[in-house]
Design a protein around this ligand. Structure first.
Ligand SMILES: [Zn+2]
Length: 82
């Protein structure tokens, strides 16, 4: 793996958005890119933290999930609406 330097990424967490700066690596054989920091934090190919993803899955787990989530003001925990 060859280092491609640092790259920034914004992650939405249950406490608000955070900005990550993590190392990016590129495979010299196949060209695949990896960010071990993303893998460690379980945020590969997503801008949502595992906690936010669990909340979204819970809120949308039935037909009226998002409507009910709005009624119970789950979104108040976010700095931005989802
Ligand atoms: Zn490779």
């Amino acid at each position: 793996m060859q280092s491609k330097g640092l790259s920034e990424k914004t992650i939405r967490t249950i406490l608000g958005d955070i900005r990550l700066r993590r190392s990016v690596y590129r495979c010299a054989v196949c060209g695949a890119m990896r960010c071990p920091g993303d893998e460690l934090l379980n945020v590969v190919a997503t801008g949502f933290s595992p906690g936010v993803r669990r909340l979204m899955a819970h809120a949308g787990s039935d037909l009226n999930g998002f409507k009910r989530a709005a009624q119970f003001r789950i979104c108040q925990f976010f700095t931005h609406k989802i």
